[in-house]
Ligand binder design. Sequence first.
Ligand code: HEM
Length: 212
Amino acid sequence: MTATVRVTSKGVPRYSRNERVTHWIVTITFFLLALSGLAFFHPAFWPLTALLGGGVWSRILHPYIGIVMFLAFGLMGLRYWRENIIQPFDREWGKRLPDIINNRDEGLPEIDKYNLGQKQLFWAMVVTMLLLLASGVVLWRDLTAFPVAAIRIAAVVHALAAFVLMLGIIVHVYSAIFWVKGSMRAMTLGTVSRSWARHHHPLWYRRVAGKE
Ligand code: HEM
């Protein structure tokens, strides 16, 4: 359960410094992995290996960076899984998607810390991260020695999971930057405005601010 927080003139606290640092470690490692992974996937992307110091270094570093991303995301997963459990009011909210997209907010079910889209994306991230780790270990031929058939299956699983995660992150970044205006400061300054909290996450706002 989230404790009551102090709402100050700076806004409503949403993420601590530790949480934000973890999120940005995941983001940086994700982009390094996505770009070097694309370079391994198709020769057209090979120049991207320059990011990690060339082809050989990319091959060496990619799996280690993957472990860092998995561990950092694991911390996020352990922190946020409870708040991402899908509740009956989330499903009701989801049914009103046309109203939400068209900004007709009257009578919408009240949303807690995350909305249905965020929660679904969170679980998609959890599943793809687990698949990437498991298949990545099989593909890590410097350290492991699995049969060729397993390596082939792992290569397909790794590429598919990476593709789904990349699509998910495109949606995540689009909604954080362009769609839900005012979200970015949650992950930069750590706070959101009261009006943002009341408008997008009224149930969370009342719970953490213990008021209204
Ligand atoms: C440029 C890239 C990114 C931007 C601009 C960004 C932005 C944000 C923002 C603004 C939030 C707060 C949303 C809110 O509290 O309502 C957030 C939360 C979050 N982000 Fe990102 N993010 C990026 C990359 C990533 C990546 C690569 C991952 C994971 C692979 C990730 C995973 C998460 C998770 C798990 C949350 C908590 C939301 C939840 O649990 O449902 N983000 N991000």
